[in-house]
Design a protein around this ligand. Structure first.
Ligand SMILES: Cc1cc2nc3c(=O)[nH]c(=O)nc-3n(C[C@H](O)[C@H](O)[C@H](O)COP(=O)(O)OP(=O)(O)OC[C@H]3O[C@@H](n4cnc5c(N)ncnc54)[C@H](O)[C@@H]3O)c2cc1C
Length: 317
């Protein structure tokens, strides 16, 4: 597809958004946890929920393809980049209520919200410490974590503390919707299936003892640290393949002898076979081919078809 860096569609966007903040040809790799991906033709960073809604509406009116980007922790961007407007959500307003309710704009980063909640003595978010996500991404995904501690050994979901969210619907309406609308599932919500955008979410937390919450955070962080590659050193997008109930996608890849297998600069992690890491200069092509290698090996050995969990964004070689 041809580039969209100029022309009537861009003029229409410039009329609706601050032209000084509408950038062109912005490399996306630094905005993803995989550190992979070519340039977005158009790039805009909304700083509030209103600004986010405005940017999406402007793209719709201009007829420009658009994509809402959070921390880029669950996607692989193609080496040729994205032909359209990437809306990197940096909205960051948070409002606390006396009863433990908190309304956070969807660009708020969980890493910032969690310590704030803990210090205020509100419990429910501390389980998700160490998972890279914006609030919007967390609702989209139904963020979850299998707690390692024996007394809470179960998968916890962000849906458990979710009260409501403000959206810009696919039809262009701004409304507040509840959990019934969101239809949370495992790695799933209505936002996988509709082009609604989460503008802000309200969570209802419970009173908690900060000392206990700090203990949970330390346990969870140390559990993650010992079982997952460190993102700072080995960029990744977390789990590559969807869970296979009762079997484990990572276990199948491991049993094919693929731990540590390298293709280009992409590698199946030595310590977690369902995580692929970027050894420094991996391309999206390297990762896609490595995914195909793992899928083929598992299919031939066990007959299971592994499905990627991550989203593929933009154009690939
Ligand atoms: C090292 C590592 C560990 C991980 N561990 C876990 C884990 O334990 N549990 C877990 O659940 N996940 C885990 N993940 C996956 C990832 O953290 C989650 O999927 C997270 O919710 C992604 O959020 P994000 O803001 O980065 O979204 P992005 O990756 O930027 O976007 C993902 C999708 O969400 C959509 N989206 C983002 N914001 C909005 C919005 N405001 N409205 C509508 N759609 C939106 C995007 O358009 C895109 O389709 C891990 C990832 C990494 C890199």
């Amino acid at each position: 597809m041809t580039s969209l860096r100029s022309g009537p569609a861009v003029e229409s966007l410039c009329a609706a958004l601050d032209p000084a903040r509408l950038r062109t040809s912005v490399p996306l790799a630094p905005y993803t946890t995989f550190r992979i991906g070519g340039p977005a033709d158009l790039f805009y960073e909304p700083e509030s929920a209103d600004d986010l809604a405005n940017a999406v509406m402007a793209a719709r009116v201009a007829g420009v393809p658009w994509f809402v980007l959070g921390l880029g922790a669950n996607i692989l961007v193609g080496d040729r980049g994205y032909r359209g407007l990437v809306i990197r959500n940096v909205s960051s307003h948070v409002a606390w209520h006396d009863d433990g309710g908190v309304r956070a704009e969807s660009g708020v980063i969980m890493r910032d919200l969690i310590p704030d909640a803990v210090n205020r003595g509100w419990s429910g978010l501390e389980h998700y410490v160490g998972i890279p996500s914006t609030v919007g991404g967390a609702v989209w995904q139904n963020l979850h974590f299998l707690s390692p501690a024996p007394e809470r050994e179960r998968t916890m979901f962000i849906a458990e503390v979710f009260e409501s969210c403000d959206i810009l619907s696919e039809e262009g309406e701004r409304r507040t919707v509840d959990r019934e609308y969101v239809q949370f599932g495992y790695d799933d919500s209505v936002f996988h299936h509709r082009a609604d955008v989460v503008l802000a979410a309200t969570f209802q937390l419970r009173p908690g003892d900060p000392a206990i919450m700090h203990r949970i955070m330390q346990e969870n962080l140390s559990w993650r640290g010992s079982r997952h590659p460190w993102l700072e050193w080995h960029p990744s997008a977390g789990s590559i393949f969807k869970k296979i109930e009762g079997v484990g996608a990572g276990r199948l890849v491991d049993q094919c002898g693929l731990k540590g297998f390298r293709h280009g600069d992409a590698q199946i992690s030595w310590i977690h076979a369902n995580i692929m890491v970027n050894l420094g200069h991996a391309t999206a092509k390297d990762v896609r081919e490595l995914i195909a290698i793992a899928q083929r090996a598992v299919r031939e050995k066990f007959g299971f078809q592994l499905e990627p969990e991550i989203g593929f964004i933009g154009e690939f070689d």
